[in-house]
Ligand binder design. Sequence first.
Ligand SMILES: [Zn+2]
Length: 384
Amino acid sequence: MQARYRYRFYPTDQQKQALAKTFGCTRYVWNEALAHCQAVGKYVGYNALSKRLTGLKQSLEWLKEVSSVALQQSLRQLDQAYRRFFEKKGGFPQFKKKQSKQSDAFSVEGKCVYLAKIGNIKPIWSRALPSQPSSVTVIKDCAGRYFVSFVVEVSPSKLPAQSPSIGVDLGVKTFATTSDGAQYHSPNSGPLYRRITQLQKQLARRVKGSKRWERTRLRIAKLHARIADRRLDFLHKLSTKLTCENQVVCLEDLNVSGMLKNRKLSKAISRQGWGMFRSLCEAKGDKHGREVRVINRWEATSQYCSQCGWHWGKLDLATRVVVCDGCGAVHDRDENASRNVEQVGMGRRPTLKRTWRLCKPGLSAAVDEASRIPCLVATQRCRD
Ligand SMILES: [Zn+2]
């Protein structure tokens, strides 16, 4: 199976310029091709666009200054975007703006990575690559950090699980409560958010596009990147723990977009990263040979007693502890819900609707992607 390995690197000023140029050219090629298709009124196909690119290069000298493979790749990505749209898997391809672009070409030699027309870069090898990479992507996030991301082949691990199943209840106050009674809190980023609010006021007072404005923008972007890094780290650790230790992980299918309509909760919910947690669990379940089951969102897991099945009905969000009228047991609200999630997922609950489905993970290689941060992304086939 495929996985992504990402490493940070620090380009020289010269390389930064060359990278910026490549990012700019690939963006131009993408936008130009998209505009052409829109003008014609249909998608003309990769081959026709590729021929057009050859023509463009004759008239636009500056397109020749960057790696031609990167430009081809940009068209290939547009081709994929159109395909996804035709297969109803994605929206219509969008024009690329300056803050969100792509580029570049490579080969790995010892500790260096050679990028065509950029030169050698030295990534910080925080861990060894498990195999020869099949493609590389150069990413620049809006906090100004550079990364190379390799797609590598990894063999799935087959460690035996310690426990047969676990249910997970996701919440706002406590990120996750599991059916074995453990609680997991996401990192507290409150102070960082308060600092962002201050800086955003400052940004509003600056002249847009000025040096001071840019400086403040970068500071805000760095804080956002830090929050995202911390959250992603937490989600990675938790999903690894749950999928390694349990054979079956049962999750709830949360109606996140519906919940975001609740104005009082929307901020807190959008900061949680439930969707990311689920995709991480699915990818890791695949990697470790575990099952991830997602139960129906209409399953009322907080309305039943997990011991006797007594139905006490809807609870107010403020109610944290429930005493069961049926058997007298005292339940923590979230823990009770997570037990119900587990029982529904394992099919042990005839009283409930017993609905769950097995999750088919998407491309697990995409899991690592910093999709929330506007990126400069580049994909390139390995030369050998
Ligand atoms: Zn009960």
